[in-house]
Design a protein around this ligand. Structure first.
Ligand SMILES: Nc1nc2c(ncn2[C@@H]2O[C@H](COP(=O)(O)OP(=O)(O)OP(=O)(O)O)[C@@H](O)[C@H]2O)c(=O)[nH]1
Ligand SMILES: [Mg+2]
Length: 270
């Protein structure tokens, strides 16, 4: 079951002692949510920023993000939930921020940041019995409380932060490419950003040496035989959706290093 509205997220946060804000370590400024952070603060709960997918960036970058966020007053750890790396560190970070037992933990983040993987990693292999989350109203009566190793109680249902807008940021935040009004415009911006941070990424992902984003889309479409039936022109829309999906899969790979994000983050308002 998916809890994908601010109302549901508020419900989850109220029931938790600690909220894990799951972000994609490849681009934390785009995948953190100031709105979630404000909500957690206003309900007087503790927040831990979990920088996930650390296997996709060099260790120096992962450590740099943790340092930068800690300097800004966040509790932050990096992990690679898919590979179950960093789980023990995460448990420790959770216990450091609150002094109660057991600790109820909620997991919230934009789509595809790895919330379910984190819940599975925290549950461990010997996951214990479940019980309904107390006070579940009708629409969330499936939410279960999991007893996880280390004195943690985990709400097994993650909160998915609604993605607003339709531009590049929405795509990075996990809005499905089929829902984008202008996938080509978004993919062009994504490729520009990707090439800025990793000039080799298109060559590595597709074996295409082109550097102009629109031409890259054309080349991908032609290579796969995607053409408009009427004109024979390359079907760039399909290539655009593929590129956006490939970013989420980690096939088109780039990351924003912490030192370059300082300015970007300073300008952010959310
Ligand atoms: N490389 C890498 N990929 C990961 C990691 N954790 C999760 N993923 C991948 O990211 C994708 C989304 O992971 P999920 O755990 O389903 O993420 P989610 O936040 O629960 O996604 P939704 O429920 O759809 O919002 C999957 O393809 C995972 O395999 C990680 O540590 N490293
Ligand atoms: Mg999930």
């Amino acid at each position: 079951m998916i809890l994908a509205s601010w109302r549901n997220i508020a419900w989850l946060v109220r029931r938790a002692d600690v909220v894990l804000e799951v972000v994609d370590i490849r681009d934390p400024p785009s995948t953190m949510s100031r709105k979630l952070e404000r909500l957690v603060r206003s309900l007087d709960k503790k927040l831990v920023v979990v920088l996930n997918k650390a296997d996709l960036v060099p260790r120096s970058v992962a450590e740099g993000w943790v340092r930068l966020l800690r300097d800004r007053g966040y509790n932050a750890v990096y992990i690679a939930a898919r590979h179950r790396l960093g789980t023990r560190k995460l448990r420790k970070a959770i216990k450091r921020v609150v002094d109660v037992t057991p600790i109820v933990v909620a997991v919230v983040g934009f789509p595809k940041t790895g919330k379910s993987s984190i819940i599975n990693a925290l549950k461990g292999r010997h996951s214990a019995s479940t019980s309904p989350v107390p006070g579940s109203p009708g629409y969330t009566h499936h939410a279960q409380l999991y007893r996880a190793p280390g004195g943690l109680y985990l709400i097994d249902t993650p909160g998915v932060i609604p993605v607003e807008g339709g531009g590049l940021e929405a795509a990075i935040r996990g809005r499905p490419p089929e829902e984008l009004r202008d996938p080509v415009g978004v993919a062009v911006k994504l490729l520009e950003k990707a090439l800025r941070y990793n000039p080799r990424c298109v060559l590595d992902a597709y074996g295409i040496a082109e550097t102009d984003p629109y031409r890259i889309l054309e080349a991908i479409a032609l290579r796969r035989g995607w053409r408009y039936k009427s004109t024979g022109e390359p079907l760039v829309e399909e290539a655009a959706r593929t590129v956006i999906r490939d970013y989420h899969k980690g096939k088109l790979l780039f990351y924003v290093p912490p030192w370059e994000a300082l300015a970007e983050q300073r300008g952010a308002t959310r």
